[in-house]
Every structure is written in structure tokens, then in C-alpha cells.
Design a protein around this ligand. Structure first.
Ligand SMILES: [Zn+2]
Length: 131
């Protein structure tokens, strides 16, 4: 069981399941949405539940079919979800309050990564989506 929350603490969530894979997406849209080159992890929607503050959730759609969900009070990005893939969400890992030990970490969309960010961790890098 994992727990997380936004910066102001009004929104809390839980996730029943393993977070074993960490995808660091470097695409321009993700950088804009996070304000940095940031990490997200694919999770199954089935184990994800908002436990507090659902009324503070707000979403923005840069792409019509994809919601980027954040706290309307403090602005913390929480997850993204695509209409055509209701079984999956991409959790913003910085909002987790419990530790994880992922075994599969990689960088995706490095073809469009920020010129000021050098990847030196030796993890797999993919020009676009990971394969
Ligand atoms: Zn908040």
C-alpha cells in the first residue's frame, strides 16, 4: 500500500499495488506541466483511490484525450490519465509519502530533453516512448 498527497495536504491518495517501473519523461509537454524534467510511473487505475480532498482536483487538457490532474489549491501535479486507457494512470512520483524500490527505471523522449539537463545515471534511454 502506497500513500501520497499534494503540497498543501488537502488531497490524499492511496495506491494498492507495486510501483516497480519508473519512467522519466523528457518530452516538452511533460516538462511544461511539471516545471522540470520529471519522473512519472505507470500504474493501474484499479488500485488508485483519492482518500481525501477530491473536491480540490482540477484537470487541464493540453491534448484533448489526456487529463493532467492537479490540486487546485497548491498546484501540485498528481497524475495524468488518458480517456482511451482508463486502466492506467501516470502518477507523479514526487507526491508519494511512502518509499518505493523500483527495479525498472529509464528515460523516455530524450530526443526532446532539456539542453540544461545531463543524464548521467547510466539508465536506459529511449528517443521517444520506451520499448
Ligand atoms: Zn494541494
Amino acid at each position: 500500500m502506497h500513500r501520497g498527497s499534494c503540497l498543501c495536504g488537502k488531497i490524499c491518495y492511496e495506491y494498492r499495488g507495486e510501483i516497480d517501473e519508473v519512467s522519466m519523461y523528457h518530452c516538452r509537454q511533460c516538462r511544461k506541466a511539471q516545471g522540470t524534467a520529471f519522473a512519472v510511473a505507470p500504474i493501474r487505475s484499479a488500485g488508485f483511490r483519492i482518500t481525501q480532498g477530491a473536491q480540490y482536483l482540477k484537470e487541464f487538457r493540453a491534448t484533448p484525450s489526456k487529463a493532467r490532474v492537479f490540486c487546485s489549491e497548491c498546484g501540485s501535479p498528481l497524475y495524468s490519465a488518458r480517456d482511451d486507457r482508463p486502466e492506467a494512470k501516470r502518477l507523479r512520483l514526487g507526491t508519494l509519502d511512502t518509499p518505493i524500490s523500483p527495479s525498472k527505471c529509464y528515460h523516455a523522449w530524450v530526443s526532446t530533453q532539456a539542453e540544461w539537463f545531463e543524464i548521467t545515471d547510466g539508465l536506459p534511454k529511449f528517443p521517444e516512448f520506451a520499448r
